[in-house]
Ligand binder design. Structure first.
Ligand SMILES: *Cc1c(COP(=O)(O)O)cnc(C)c1O
Length: 363
């Protein structure tokens, strides 16, 4: 077998090796049933059980009760949620408030603008997304449909450490790149969505965690297939869900629980990111962090070198040393290391060592 790379891909991203091995074992035979889960009806008992169990596990890991919340599974990715959210909750005459902190939050806003009235409640665009906007002084109108935010900015490498007080207005978040990576009070949110391919599983499945009272507010002017209520009342089996991706997500969630859940992973993730941030901060300016210190993400760590040529060389040499996925997003440039839950501490240690070595040679 060839050795595994140090995978810092931003998404689709690293999966736990344990999960990949488990999935390999069950690819031909699932539960001793003579066929794989990919070949089973989504109306069969094993798939129904898988869906129910995965919902329970996800809510449990987020510290939420199924009496109050539902977890739904669907296709389309987080980008589909950018449109589905306003379709469901942005009724005529209402305004939705958007907090802008990076390019994914802008994309979410743009989709909502096709559907209804929106307002920018706060933005850090003028600072080139180098920090997240201050959410302490938001002025939310009491009758706003919802407030939308992106809790971790995957492309830029920033995150929110505090979340706005929105009174009675539902707070809704895209948590694609930080769900279950840190111990936040998930019950502050009326709805959370995430494409699975960063912390939760493979691409092809999207999770939506939604408070039950929101399900009653879904628009009845839109097709059934777009309504969150349809997914909830059919336990995510209204139509064929991405069954194999759901299965892999279940395995990742079980792995997450075995690691000690979000409480423990937050500590591990902080420690992993600190290894890389230390290499940046102790480089005497050879590496320069892109994000203001207080707003740095533990999931996506971004920095620059003195020139584009040096950055290119850094990425090329990193690849020769077994690192994958370190080139920054094309819109930002520089370097980005994505150290999601499944990225082992050893990979971050190796990266910090490589950074120090590269600096010794080129600095
Ligand atoms: C990756 C990502 C997206 C896009 O997800 P898709 O599943 O590709 O649509 C949206 N928001 C955030 C925060 C992301 O990290």
């Amino acid at each position: 077998m060839t050795t595994r790379l140090y995978n810092f891909n931003p998404g689709p991203a690293a999966l736990p090796l344990e999960v990949l091995e488990q999935a390999k074992e069950t690819t031909v035979q699932y539960g001793g049933r003579g066929i794989s889960i990919m070949e089973m009806s989504h109306r069969s008992k094993p798939v129904e059980q898988l869906s129910a169990e995965t919902e329970q596990l996800l809510l449990e890991l987020a510290g939420l009760s199924r009496n109050e919340y539902r977890a739904l599974f669907m296709g389309g990715g987080a980008s589909t949620q950018f449109a589905m959210l306003p379709l469901n909750f942005l009724a005529g005459g209402q305004i939705a408030d958007y907090i802008l902190s990076g390019s994914f939050s802008e994309k979410a806003l743009h989709e909502a603008q096709y559907i209804g009235q929106t307002r920018i409640a706060a933005s850090s665009q003028a600072e080139k997304w180098r920090r997240t906007p201050d959410v302490n002084s938001l002025r939310i109108q009491a009758d706003a449909a919802y407030v939308h935010m992106t809790t971790n900015n995957t492309i830029e490498g920033s995150r929110f450490n505090i979340f706005p007080e929105t009174g009675g207005v539902p707070l809704i978040a895209d948590m694609t790149s930080d769900l279950l990576s840190r111990n936040i009070d998930y019950s502050r949110f009326s709805m959370i969505y995430a494409g699975a391919q960063k912390n939760l599983g493979p691409a092809g499945i999207t999770v939506v965690i939604i408070r039950r009272d929101m399900l009653e507010r879904c628009s009845k002017q839109i097709p059934l297939i777009w309504r969150y209520a349809t997914y909830a009342s059919n336990d995510s089996l209204y139509n064929t869900p991405p069954v194999h991706a759901l299965y892999l997500t279940n395995l990742v969630l079980q792995w997450t629980k075995r690691q000690g859940g979000v409480q423990r992973l937050e500590t591990v993730n902080r420690d992993k990111a600190a290894l890389i941030y230390e290499a940046i901060d102790r480089s005497g300016g050879f590496y320069e962090g892109i994000i203001a210190r207080g707003d740095r993400s533990d999931m996506n760590i971004t920095w620059r070198l003195a020139s584009k040529e040096l950055e290119l060389l850094f990425v090329q040499e990193s690849e020769q040393h077994g690192f994958e996925g370190l080139a920054g997003h094309r819109s930002v440039g520089g370097i980005r290391a994505s150290a999601y839950n499944a990225v082992p501490r050893a990979a971050c240690e190796a990266l910090a060592d490589f950074m120090n070595d590269f600096m010794r040679r080129k600095g």
